[in-house]
Design a binder for this molecule. Structure first.
Ligand SMILES: [Zn+2]
Length: 440
């Protein structure tokens, strides 16, 4: 057994058997002991976790890291640092980079740039070459690098016959397609949710049906092909209900929701601030309630950030012209905690942010991960990879855009305070965040 080099003392472990007061000993990158009291050998780092929950490190299924191509907005390194500060020990980098991740060369470059970052960086591949929606990307060469999720995120695959072929191809390889559900014709020209606020503000709207039409089509294609689909960032009550029915039917579908769709509504667009422009757009009170209900009843499997940095010179333009997207990595857990902890215990909140997304991306102990990556998503037990998130529910997170680790500043929560704060993050046994400060 490796020597103990890190002890996390005084916390409540969110483990496979529920909550328990345990010290956690870490050595050689793995959890080597869990006990009511663990002695720290001289030279070992001791982190105080008094009053904290000690859970498996968070896993984000939906992170835009912008590299290669838009390094002024984010780099793999800066995004991974923001992730670690948010309690994440792994993120899945979305492929809508420039060039897009639609071939082994780009995927290998992103994986190489992610090596040694403060959170592990897995990658999603594009479904279609160039994300152009016309020909399939070479799934096989990407899967050989450990790519298990494929998506044209930023756009949905519009051609139903192409999506059917993609599903057959994915099923043969054992990989999962992740759909950004948006009918491009229905959404054309829209910049916010189509409803009372779009009418009042004179901003062209995107109807809920633009999302729901593609969710419904893809459920029909899952029924036809037997292949798995993961639905990205569900935002409407109708989408949640479609997924609920598909799961009742036993279809192999999973879904995620973003913190902003659990908290914010279209009413915040009132001041025309482009920081609130996001795709899918912020919807109604009823939609927000349905997304939260979907997370609570298990229809939605994961909280995913859709962290989408934009440099100020591109984002600070009139609402219609601004690119959609908002930062999310450093605020996701406090928001999820605030919204979900009245309904769910800590085990379920952590499951939505760690074990379940890790399983969807196949980053867990039993899955094929990219070479050199550790097992993510727990369970937090002896012998597990030491990927840990230490969260203090009694602390608060005050959002100051200037102090975020991202290269961009487009958080919709500037000046807001949320209940709970990430205190420490341990990635592969290294304390990369201590007392809310990144260590390198
Ligand atoms: Zn998307």
């Amino acid at each position: 057994m490796p020597d103990v080099d890190l002890v996390i003392r005084g916390g409540t472990v969110v483990g496979p058997d529920g909550l328990a007061r345990r010290d956690v000993a870490v050595g050689g990158g793995v959890v080597v002991g869990l006990a009511e009291s663990v002695d720290a050998p001289s030279g070992a780092l001791v982190l105080d976790a008094g009053g904290c929950l000690v859970g498996p490190g968070l896993v984000d299924l939906h992170t835009h890291l912008r590299q290669p191509g838009r390094e002024e907005a984010e780099t793999i390194e800066s995004g991974a640092r923001a992730a670690a500060l948010g309690g994440y020990t792994a993120v899945v980098a979305m492929p809508n980079t420039d060039p897009p991740i639609d071939a082994a060369g780009v995927a290998a470059e992103v994986l190489a740039l992610g090596a040694g970052c403060l959170a592990e960086v897995a990658v999603a591949g594009a479904i279609t070459a160039g994300r152009a929606g016309t020909a399939l990307a070479p799934f096989g060469e990407l899967a050989a690098l450990g790519v298990t999720l494929f998506t044209d995120d930023g756009a949905g695959v519009q051609d139903g016959a192409l999506m059917r072929r993609a599903l057959d191809y994915a099923k043969g390889l054992g990989v999962t397609l992740a759909q950004h559900c948006e009918d491009a014709c229905l959404a054309a020209g829209g910049a916010m949710h189509e409803g009372c606020w779009s009418s009042r503000l004179g901003i062209p709207g995107v109807p809920a049906a633009a999302e729901e039409a593609m969710v419904a089509r893809d459920i029909a294609l899952v029924r036809l092909t037997g292949a798995r689909v993961h639905f990205l960032h569900l935002s409407t009550a109708g989408s949640v209900e479609l997924v609920r029915q598909a799961k009742r039917e036993g279809l192999p579908v999973t879904a995620e929701a973003a913190p902003h769709h659990m908290l914010l509504t279209h009413a915040v667009v009132e001041g025309y601030d482009p920081v609130f422009k996001v795709n899918p757009p912020l919807r109604t009170d009823e939609d927000v309630a349905a997304v939260v209900a979907g997370l609570v009843d298990g229809t939605i499997d994961a909280v995913a950030t859709d962290h989408a940095p934009h440099a100020p010179e591109t984002k600070d333009v009139p609402f219609d012209e601004a690119p959609p997207g908002m930062l999310g990595l450093q605020t996701a857990l406090p928001i999820a905690w605030e919204v979900l902890s009245p309904h769910l215990g800590p085990e379920r909140v952590f499951a939505l942010m760690s074990a379940q997304p890790a399983a969807i991306a196949r980053l867990t102990a039993t899955d094929a991960r990219p070479a050199g990556h550790s097992a993510q998503g727990g369970p937090l037990e002896e012998g597990a990879a030491a990927n840990l998130c230490v969260f203090d529910p009694a602390a608060t997170t005050v959002v100051d855009p200037a102090r975020l680790a991202s290269r961009s500043r487009n958080t919709p929560y500037a000046g807001r305070t949320f209940a709970g704060a990430v205190r420490h993050t341990v990635t592969r046994g290294e304390a990369v965040v201590i007392d809310a400060a990144a260590q390198r």
